[in-house]
Design a protein around this ligand. Structure first.
Ligand SMILES: *[C@@H]1O[C@H](CO)[C@@H](O)[C@H](O)[C@H]1NC(C)=O
Ligand SMILES: *[C@@H]1O[C@H](CO)[C@@H](O)[C@H](O)[C@H]1NC(C)=O
Ligand SMILES: *[C@@H]1O[C@H](CO)[C@@H](O)[C@H](O)[C@H]1NC(C)=O
Ligand SMILES: *[C@@H]1O[C@H](CO)[C@@H](O)[C@H](O)[C@H]1NC(C)=O
Length: 348
């Protein structure tokens, strides 16, 4: 009993103090990679030693309700031998920042490398400092709010903040946030979605020009224990808001062609579905149709339009923002905005 009391007393202190520091270069030896969830530490690191064949990243985006503005910040611990779209085989700590405005789909795009990175877990939340870049993120311990702070006037020409107040509970690929759940989106790829949707406020000054908007904010992390190209065949992921509904979808294949899906819907801050079946993402002439079957709650049908191309690499990777139209089939229809990523390695 005494032992138990001490344990309960000591545990939060240990968790609160958990800071991992990453060197700027690729780690040696094996990576210990987590794919089964714990009861807490939702947004904690899933790999504390990233080697040349493993990777992880913290991803944040925000999009205005009309889809004309967006901002994406990704904090990588990933050599390009493991994730092919980062900038170096030896330097792992890249921060990628991209900004879309009504003036330009690619108003700003820049990647810089940190000299080291520290990630601290606090409750379910996480904070990260990518030293030398001026970029960091921090959160409340319950993941209800996240701030991305950009203090990089000299290096990147950008200062300001992206702030998120969550409106949709965290989830894993096939379940809500709970202990013992699978975190594999497909074999050898992990996914934990801390903030499926939020009220986002973006206030940035970019090379002397103010870019400010409000809208929908999103945050997740991905990781893997083998190179991304060895695990993934196709990947159609996105998220968006339709009136009171927050949606997140994934429909892809692993390298052997086997299909894997995930669908998440919350309504006014409560999860209506978090599942890895009954989800379709189908290409159309103007974008993609998304279907998520919620059983008794009905079927969500939404049309995403690939209005703005924010990133593209050699026809195998695209990121789009655009409008999202739909709702529960047969019910009220809404118009909102969404972000969408496509990887297709099947022709390469
Ligand atoms: C990296 O870690 C993974 C997972 O532990 C392991 O399978 C792999 O062999 C390691 N890679 C290298 C180059 O050591
Ligand atoms: C992040 O850190 C700043 C500075 O300490 C603090 O003002 C802010 O409230 C923190 N944000 C969150 C979401 O906890
Ligand atoms: C940008 O906004 C800030 C805060 O509102 C203001 O102080 C600054 O003068 C603005 N800068 C420009 C270039 O408009
Ligand atoms: C997914 O596609 C299949 C085959 O076309 C169809 O039968 C099913 O109703 C679709 N489900 C959703 C949720 O869109």
């Amino acid at each position: 009993m005494l032992f138990q009391v001490l344990f309960l007393f000591a545990l939060p202190i240990i968790i609160n103090a958990a800071t991992v520091t990453f060197p700027p270069t690729v780690g040696l030896g094996t990576s210990d990679v987590q794919y089964t969830s714990s009861a807490s530490s939702f947004d904690a690191l899933k790999i504390s030693n990233v080697n040349s064949t493993t990777y992880e990243w913290y991803y944040f985006d925000a999009i205005s309700d009309d889809g004309s503005y967006s901002a994406v910040a990704t904090f990588f611990i990933a050599p390009n031998t493991a994730f092919p779209f980062t900038g170096s085989p030896t330097m792992t700590l890249e921060v990628l920042l991209s900004i879309q405005t009504p003036d330009s789909d690619v108003f700003y795009l820049n990647g810089v490398f940190a000299t080291d990175a520290q990630v601290t877990t606090d409750g379910d939340g996480a904070s990260g400092i990518w030293e030398g870049t001026g970029l960091s993120f921090n959160s409340s311990s319950d993941m209800s709010s996240y701030d991305i702070v950009i203090d990089s006037a000299d290096l990147m020409g950008v200062t300001g903040t992206i702030s998120m107040q969550s409106i949709a509970p965290a989830h894993y690929p096939c379940s809500a946030a709970q202990a013992g759940a699978t975190m594999q989106l497909l074999p050898n790829v992990g996914w934990a979605n801390a903030v499926p949707d939020s009220r986002a406020t973006v206030q940035l000054e970019i090379n002397g020009q103010n870019v400010s908007f409000t809208g929908s904010g999103y945050h997740d992390m991905n990781w893997g224990d083998i190179p991304f190209l060895d695990a993934v065949g196709t990947w159609h992921w996105g998220h968006g808001r339709l009136g009171p509904y927050s949606l997140v979808w994934f429909d892809g294949t692993s390298q052997d062609g086997s299909p894997h899906t995930s669908g998440y819907v919350s309504l006014n801050g409560a999860i209506v579905g978090s599942q890895c079946s009954g989800v379709n993402v189908t290409a159309t002439s103007s974008g993609f149709d998304i279907g998520i079957d919620l059983g008794e709650e009905g079927v969500v049908q939404a049309q995403f339009s690939t209005d703005h191309t924010l990133l593209s690499f050699q026809d195998v990777y695209f990121r789009w923002s655009g409008s999202l139209v739909g709702g529960i089939s047969g019910g009220e229809q809404y118009t909102g905005s969404a972000m969408f990523d496509e990887f297709d390695f099947t022709n390469s």
